[in-house]
Design a protein around this ligand. Structure first.
Ligand code: NAD
Ligand code: UDP
Length: 329
């Protein structure tokens, strides 16, 4: 239990990977937190330990529908982040991004508060500029299978900036472009590279590399990412973003797989599978703005972050045998 002394803060998507860690950090700072989630990819398990806090509340709600809360700040994180999950119900994904943004902004405008938007490096699409600075306007296929998320998040950014300009100072916006983040509580079955490779390695299954594995990503540990959210939210009103939040250390997917195999001491072999449509070839954030404006840069290296993530998944697989069997088949 913790005494409540701070602000009242809403976190949409608060039962998800990043949202649950954010709720936890906000509560630890003495704030009251309202988690708003429809539990599409989030779980009650992610937030079960927070229910002991007197200042923690959970509202089951789909953000495509309007909602009304009395809060001092709003973090809008609701939206599945993994390609498998966001492509399963693509129209719902676009609605979550677009109507979710409108509903967050309507509430923020009524209350005259700060609204944080979890945007994404996917707004850059398959980038022609490397690394990606915030000025780069992106290269997105508007009709491909990733578009529901990429274009949804791009439209959400448009809405954030249009509401902000129209509000003439009543509303404050904080738009973070988040690059690949990993760590404990990422959905274990979400089909992302980090979760797939770790589960495959721990279970001695083949490691599935899509394409030749030369595509790159830059992986940031969740503690660094969430720390950046808090710093961005606490900047003065003139800092709106968009601002890149990510780890600029870039690696190929083949290197990532090798690192995970070595870390787990697994006998898994690498197999190649077809590259998904519109899969970005490279991805690396230019974080000069985050360094200058937030005095922030990642501090957790890949080795340390992967070790913590492997330990978490290992524990999940060994304590939840039903789940382990589901994953194995
Ligand atoms: P996640 O899937 O673990 O969490 C998303 C949460 O949103 C889940 O709890 C889910 O149930 C909830 N949700 C989804 N649709 C909803 C709806 N319509 N109404 C209410 N709740 C809804 O994903 P995450 O990795 O925690 O991502 C959080 C946010 O950060 C997302 O907006 C995502 O786009 C963004 N982001 C994440 C990454 C990353 O690498 N994890 C990268 C870029 C951007
Ligand atoms: N990927 C892979 N094998 C997998 C899962 C993903 O090779 O089992 C690749 C995927 O094609 C992409 C990269 O890993 O090139 C990162 O994919 P992820 O879904 O983790 O993130 P995103 O594509 O959203 O950056």
């Amino acid at each position: 239990m913790q005494a409540v002394s701070g602000k009242k803060i809403a976190v949409t998507g608060g039962a998800g990977f990043l949202g649950s860690h954010l709720c936890e950090m906000l509560l630890a700072q003495g704030n009251e937190v309202i988690c708003v989630d429809n539990f599409y990819t989030g779980t009650k398990q992610n937030i079960a330990h927070l229910l002991d806090y007197t200042g923690f509340e959970v509202v089951r709600h789909d953000v495509i529908n309007p909602y009304n809360l009395e809060v001092d700040e709003l973090y809008n994180l609701a939206c599945a982040a993994s390609p498998n999950h966001y492509q399963r119900y693509p129209v719902q994904t676009t609605r979550t991004c677009v109507q979710g943004a409108i509903n967050a902004l309507d509430l923020g405008q009524r209350l005259g508060i700060k609204v944080f938007q979890a945007s994404t490096s996917e707004v850059y699409g398959n980038p022609n500029i490397h690394p990606q600075p915030e000025e780069y306007v992106g290269s997105v296929n508007p009709i491909g299978p990733r578009a529901c998320y990429d274009e949804g998040k791009r439209c959400a950014e448009t809405l954030f900036f249009d509401y902000w300009r129209e509000s003439r100072g009543r509303l404050s916006i904080k738009v973070a472009r988040i690059f690949n983040t990993y760590g404990p509580r990422m959905p274990i079955n979400d089909g992302r590279a980090v979760s797939n490779f770790i589960v495959q390695a721990l279970q001695g299954h083949d490691i599935t590399i899509y394409g030749d594995g030369s595509q790159t990503r830059s992986f940031c540990f969740y503690t660094d990412t969430v720390q950046a959210f808090l710093r961005l939210m606490n900047t003065p009103a003139e800092i709106t973003g968009p601002i890149n939040i990510g780890n600029p250390v870039e690696i190929t997917l083949l290197e990532l797989a090798d690192r995970i195999v070595a870390l787990t001491g697994s006998a898994s072999k690498i197999v190649h599978m077809p590259l998904p449509t519109d899969d970005p070839v490279k991805r690396k954030p230019d974080i000069s703005k985050a360094r200058a404006l937030l005095n922030w840069e990642p501090v957790v290296g890949l080795e340390e972050g992967l070790k913590a993530t492997v330990a978490h998944f290992d524990n999940m697989l060994s304590t939840d045998s039903v789940f382990a069997r589901q994953i194995a088949t």
